[in-house]
Write a protein that binds this ligand. Structure first.
Ligand code: PMP
Length: 335
């Protein structure tokens, strides 16, 4: 076992996360399924990377000045990443979040010192949507910049420049497929572009939850959503700037039940406590692995993202009453 390097700057703790072979998913797919442990970032999610890249980009452009304020609309994880990065660099954060997100994310943001603005959940076409509210707040606040994670491609650049090369190196330069779901699309587009730059044959698959419009878009060119999902942080209804030109070769649609099944199995059998988007990603990775194996590629290697920690969802995903209220199966050990 090698110890991680020592660091002289806390921001250097972002990224360089471990990649772990997932035993149950590999057995189910009949090939290697690897998970990138993004819950190991300081803010416990994949969004720390986007937060750091967005802040560094705003500094480089000169829009974010010393002591300035970063304003963002977020499902929570980007806000947590931004608050930590901002604290380390002497900025303030104002975070706008739909009130439907987990209690833990709200408590965490307040604990980190961010100013939290909760708005009712609304469709993107509604001016009260959290993204539009955050843009207006940034415009009205002196010395503020709007992080704009959905359409600011510094987000996907984080994954082109860090996540993709890390996965490539961790797998010794041999990977056959990569998949994950999209919130902003920064991860799927950035890792996709980054891996294709190493080897254009790597198959990039979008894993879409129900209630999102991207599966139909990549399957037949039509942005159309069906069903719904309780997964936080994923499920997109439009082609964000981060998704433009994303090299998507194929797509899978995964239900909350399938994602939850992997959340439960990874916790019970492999000691990993994850959020639902990770479970949905793993279900997608198993589907991609099976597709490659069916084509005769028995030695296929697939990677996906373990986006955030399950500790962020103790009052929802890991709560029997909440699961029942959503009509979802309850983990046997919670009953
Ligand atoms: N999972 C979780 C828990 C998230 O918070 C996010 C970010 N919204 C994602 C997945 C998706 O990442 P991206 O925004 O890069 O598409």
């Amino acid at each position: 076992m090698t110890a991680p390097l020592s660091r002289t700057d806390t921001l250097d703790l972002i990224g360089n996360t471990p990649l772990v072979l997932l035993k149950g998913p590999s057995a189910a797919a009949g090939c290697e399924i690897w998970g990138k442990c993004e819950f190991a970032n300081p803010g416990a999610s994949v969004k720390d990377r986007a937060a750091l890249w967005i802040v560094r980009d705003a500094e480089a452009r000169g829009t974010l000045k010393p002591g300035g304020t970063i304003v963002e609309g977020t499902a929570g994880n980007t806000g947590i990443g931004l608050a930590l990065v901002a604290n380390a660099l002497g900025y303030k954060t104002v975070i706008v979040m739909p009130e439907t997100q987990s209690r833990e994310k709200m408590d965490t943001l307040r604990a980190l010192g961010a100013e939290l603005v909760l708005v009712p959940a609304a469709p993107f076409s509604n001016p009260g949507h959290f993204v539009h509210t955050s843009r207006r707040l940034a415009e009205e606040t002196a010395g503020a910049v709007w992080a704009n994670q959905f359409d600011n491609i510094a987000n996907r650049k984080a994954h082109i420049e860090s996540t993709a090369p890390e996965i490539w190196e961790q797998l010794g330069g041999r990977i056959d497929g990569f998949t994950c779901a999209a919130g902003t699309g920064g991860t799927i587009a950035g890792v996709g572009l980054g891996l294709k730059a190493f080897d254009e044959k790597v198959r990039i698959a979008l894993t879409d939850p129900h209630g999102a419009a991207l599966f139909n878009y990549y399957a037949c060119g039509e942005l159309r959503a069906e069903g719904s999902s309780v997964a936080e942080g994923i499920g997109q209804g439009r082609i964000t700037a981060n998704l433009e030109g994303a090299p998507i070769d194929t797509q899978f649609r995964i239900s909350d039940e399938e994602g939850l099944e992997w959340v439960a199995r990874l916790l019970r059998d492999e000691g990993l406590c994850l959020g639902l988007s990770s479970g949905i990603n793993v279900a997608g990775a198993v589907a991609l692995g099976r597709q490659l194996v069916a084509e005769g590629r028995r030695d296929a290697r697939v990677a996906t993202i373990l986006c955030d920690t399950g500790f962020r969802y103790l009052s929802s995903l890991y709560n029997a009453e909440w699961l029942k209220s959503k009509g979802l199966p309850v983990f046997p050990w919670l009953t």
